[in-house]
Design a protein around this ligand. Structure first.
Ligand code: DHK
Length: 145
């Protein structure tokens, strides 16, 4: 059975490409999603992508992932990383393994970005490696049994 992956991006990541390029680079969300989709396909897996600026929409997508038989999630929660117990509870609630990705190194930034509500329940967290973090996370998710 082909592995099913879900790539989730949270608030403001739709602005990638023009949003603070000195922090997030110049790649767009479409660039990231296209590369991720091709990476998964090359490994015989399927990958769905979803981005929302709304916490509840992301939570609904996580709930749906369980019903859809998603095997693993790669998520950049954006600013919800630092604020959302509800997002953490959704991921814990569906019990789908996930990798947390941040383009920037959140530990080098403002203090309020140093804590993640998700990291403690993630398979792993990748931050500071730019958009390569998505590729590494997907590679891990593809290999994970
Ligand atoms: O580096 C990133 O991808 C994360 C993206 C965001 O939108 C921020 O709110 C996070 O603090 C960092």
């Amino acid at each position: 059975m082909a592995k099913k992956l879900l790539l989730l991006n949270g608030p403001n990541l739709n602005l990638l490409g023009t949003r603070e390029p000195e922090v997030y680079g110049k790649a767009t969300l479409a660039d990231i999603e296209n590369a991720a989709t091709a990476q998964a396909a090359a490994a015989g897996a399927t990958l769905s992508c979803f981005q929302s600026n709304h916490e509840g929409a992301l939570i609904d997508a996580i709930h749906a992932a369980r019903l859809d038989g998603v095997d693993a999630i790669v998520i950049n929660p954006g600013g919800l990383t630092h604020t959302s117990v509800a997002l953490r509870d959704a991921l814990a609630g569906v019990a789908i393994p996930f990798v947390e990705v941040h383009i920037s190194n959140i530990h080098q930034r403002e203090a309020f970005r140093h804590h993640s509500f998700l990291s403690a329940i993630a398979q792993g967290t990748i931050c500071g490696l730019g958009i390569d973090g998505y590729r590494f996370a997907i590679d891990f998710a593809l290999k994970k049994r």
